[in-house]
Design a protein around this ligand. Structure first.
Ligand code: ADP
Ligand code: ZN
Ligand code: ZN
Length: 793
């Protein structure tokens, strides 16, 4: 038989598979979906078995597969098929989509194993089960011994691919004798008192399987005593796989169920109907913040489970939405597996295996959880479907929403997209009845959405002495604190201030590797590049004119925290941004402190905008609504509207009513005005009009091609070549923009140029982009990196 293998060739990627013979020795072991090791040129490389066939079209001698890495397939038929689709859709290679689907620990390394060939060699205590790994653990003597065996033909050296994914096991002790047998044994060993304790334990717990550690503690005996009973053949020892189950973010275990509101009921019924009838519907829930969308998700999942099916739920980023995970875990307990970047690689691998073995039926996770190997999917839910984090920004550049929809078709199950502010693309599809629109217009508690007040920061009378906080916001904070309530403040800019400027000559301190100004971080007394991580101490003199008159401009979370501490010295202020949350578990620590009211003010970047549900938060303040508005992106208005709506939704979620204050220099901008009115529908209409007028998504497809090189002229030259390639062949209906320098034209000492294609005819462009992908492979060796980003975010 012949295996078609997708190989991992780092230097020259390709989408074709290579044919290899399945050697007799691996017959019946090699299956579709296992990883193998194959000879390629003079090296051995890893690959995935994609197909097994009887014939080859290759004339020449086929090489045999050297080794098999997996005893069981790591990817099922669905995943293999999906990987093909992803490679095609995202202009990447099969191998990278296959690898993306597996937990990162399963990326393998090579090692060698010496296998003893005869009985006498096996007796050498170097070998265990007739094998020894040749590694740095062996002494020189031992290595020489292996070498001698090898030259005498007593061992065979095989290359094996090391699985980084070590399973964690525990040693357990187990009994397979009957009570009578144990009593009999006990009679024969009256003198070994402490071993008798072990026997007594099993007489009382005949079916017990208990870890050796636990048993020694329980019986208060030494480990030797327990292992002696095993050595004497009374009991057996086994290694059981132990999962590193990730800890929950909050510990409280209360299982609330509600009787659903009318809107919730309607939504659940529609979704359940699709689950029951195996209909591949796509629902878009447009539900205001606090309308109880989560409860709809949970009930839909429940219904899928009751039908014996599984459920997948995606959330933007778990560390930012711990309460969501908590609610799912509370409801479905040990049926839930959680997948996200906050887990250690080992924990992630364990969760993945629990899913693979059908031990978990509900998966909650961020973007890559969309590849969870759940079988028999009943429903897929994507919360906050508009979030750009669902799009992967590196190869393969897939969008989790698209992948979910593919899986929905494959599994014949419904997809539920939920958001208070759906993406324009999704909302437009619902308009055309491609998606089924479910509107949830009312908050569960029947409270009004909180009133939003816009403060015009251009107006001098609104300014206060402390600079970044207006008089209005300060007095609202005062009132909130006096009433014993809490406030959430959003400032989408971390650090102390945005840049350091010389007041003598106007020089701005910039990153030496990137074309961006350095951010001042006062707590560590450094200047920092947020793109490449460059750091330097804050200089005393201007690098251009040597003047001492340096001043930091702009504001950041650190500066505002300082201001808040001065204004409200009695009040705890928690800060949540990339700098305070770099350590594992720090998100939930901060949120826990806020939940326990150790602090009354939570200040943070957009990580505080999502999903938080604290009953005592009555005030939300947006310190500068203009930060997202200013980004150079056709989605800037949409992102601003979404962020403002999300963060406003944090106020007045329980019995208390809330209030929102938005500070801005653009009070008339429609994104800010309409967010203040909670008018998504009007925003949608207005934004669609603008997108239509300027030929952007969802009216046009778009693809971004980025060309980078260490030398600017090279980068630019290649960009023009690529432009020519398109303009020669594509018809005039395709809009080709650029080449232009990317927004950040230099990053980590590479120059970035970009070309944007906008088009309506997918087919023609798709063919040319696929050809470009293959064509530009050879440019990699000349130092180019060329990326094709389908529907860039
Ligand atoms: P959303 O996700 O739409 O913002 P949530 O699902 O978080 O809204 O619900 C908001 C709050 O209302 C939560 O505290 C939730 O526990 C509560 N809640 C949800 N559904 C009900 C219900 N049917 N009855 C009472 N409270 C509910
Ligand atoms: Zn200067
Ligand atoms: Zn930099």
């Amino acid at each position: 038989m012949i295996a078609k293998v997708i190989v991992d060739i780092p230097t020259m990627q390709t989408n074709r598979s290579f044919d290899y013979l399945i050697p007799e020795s691996l017959n019946n072991i090699i299956q579709i979906g296992v990883r193998v090791e194959v000879p390629f040129g003079r090296r051995k490389i890893q690959g995935f078995v994609d197909e097994i066939v009887e014939d080859t079209t290759f004339d020449g001698d086929l090489k045999p597969i050297s080794n098999v890495i997996d005893i069981e397939p790591v990817l099922n038929t669905e995943m293999l098929k999906l990987s093909k689709w992803i490679a095609d859709k995202t202009y990447s290679f099969r191998i990278s989509s296959l690898q993306t689907m597996l937990p990162s620990v399963m990326r393998a390394k090579y090692h060698q194993i010496a296998v003893a060939l005869d009985e006498s060699t096996k007796k050498d205590n170097l070998f265990q089960n007739g094998q020894v790994e040749i590694s740095s653990n062996l002494s020189k003597d031992e290595l020489l011994r292996v070498k001698r065996y090898k030259s005498n033909g007593q061992v065979d050296i095989i290359y094996s691919v090391e699985n980084q994914a070590k399973k964690k096991t525990i040693s357990v002790i187990k009994n397979s004798k009957s009570t009578d047998e144990l009593i009999e044994i006990k009679k024969g060993m009256t003198r070994k008192k402490s071993q008798l304790k072990v026997i007594d334990y099993f007489i009382e717990h005949i079916d017990s399987v208990i870890s050796i550690n636990e048993l020694t503690k329980l019986l208060n005996v030494t480990r030797t005593v327990v292992t002696a009973t095993i050595k004497n053949g009374i009991f057996e020892q086994k290694e059981l796989e132990q999962y590193r189950t990730p800890k929950n973010f909050f510990n409280e275990k209360v299982n609330k169920t509600y009787s659903l509101t009318e809107e919730q009921n309607k939504a659940v019924n529609q979704i359940t109907n699709s689950i029951d009838n195996k209909k591949n519907d796509i629902f878009l829930i447009e539900g205001v913040t606090g309308s109880g969308k989560t409860e709809v998700y949970l009930n839909s999942i429940q219904n899928a489970l009751e039908k014996g099916k599984t459920a997948l739920m995606l959330v933007p980023e778990i560390s930012l939405t711990p309460q969501m995970v908590e609610r799912v875990s509370q409801r479905f307990q040990d049926k839930v597996a959680v997948l996200h970047s906050g887990l250690s690689k080992g924990e992630r691998y364990d969760e993945w295996r629990r899913i693979e073995r059908n031990e978990a039926q509900v998966v909650v996770g961020a973007r890559s959880a969309v590849f969870a190997p759940l079988e028999n999917l009943g429903v897929i839910i994507i919360d906050e479907e508009h979030e750009s984090s669902y799009k992967q920004e590196e190869n393969p550049r897939y969008h989790a929403r698209d992948v979910a929809i593919w899986r929905g078709e494959y599994n014949k199950c419904p997809i539920v997209l939920g958001s208070a502010t759906p993406s324009l693309e999704s909302r437009a599809r619902a308009q055309k009845n491609v998606y089924k629109l479910i509107k949830m217009k009312h908050r569960v508690n029947n409270n009004q959405l909180p009133p939003v007040e816009i403060v015009d920061m251009r107006d001098a009378k609104n300014a206060s002495e402390s600079g970044d906080l207006s008089v209005k916001l300060i007095s609202a904070l005062n009132e909130t604190l006096q009433n014993g309530n809490q406030a959430v403040l959003l400032l989408n800019k971390r650090g102390y201030s945005s840049f350091l400027l010389c007041r003598e000559c106007g020089y701005v301190f910039k990153c030496p590797n990137c074309d961006v100004s350095l951010t001042v971080h006062k707590d560590k007394n450094i200047l920092k590049c947020h793109y490449c991580g460059f750091e330097s101490s804050i200089p005393k003199y201007c690098a251009n004119c040597n003047s001492e008159r340096l001043r930091s401009h702009g504001t950041g979370t650190q500066k505002v925290q300082e201001q808040l501490n001065k204004l409200f010295p009695e009040t705890g202020v928690l800060r949540m941004d990339v700098d305070t949350t770099s350590k594992k578990g720090s998100h939930s620590k901060i949120l826990n402190e806020f939940a326990n009211k150790k602090a009354q003010i939570l200040l943070g970047t957009q990580m505080i905008a999502k999903g938080l549900d604290f009953p005592d938060v009555t005030l939300v303040g947006v310190i500068n609504a203009d930060t997202t508005l200013a980004i150079s992106d056709f989605r800037a208005s949409e992102k601003t509207f979404q962020l403002l709506t999300q963060v406003s939704g944090r106020a007045g979620r329980a019995d208390k009513s809330g209030q929102v204050i938005v500070q801005t220099y653009n009070p008339e901008h429609y994104a800010i005005r309409l967010a203040a009115k909670h008018d998504y529908e009007e925003f949608y209409r207005h934004e669609m009009f603008i997108r239509h007028r300027s030929d952007y998504s969802p009216f046009y497809y778009s693809t971004l091609i980025t060309i980078t090189h260490q030398y600017e002229n090279q980068s630019l030259k290649k960009a023009y070549e690529i432009k020519k390639y398109f303009s020669d062949k594509l018809d005039e209906n395709v809009i080709i923009l650029g080449p232009t320098p990317a927004i950040i034209s230099r990053l980590k000492n590479r120059y970035y140029y970009q070309i944007t294609l906008k088009y309506k005819n997918k087919l023609q462009v798709h063919k040319m982009l696929t050809a470009l992908l293959n064509e530009t492979q050879k440019d990699i060796s000349e130092g180019f990196r060329i990326s094709i980003d389908n529907e860039p975010q």
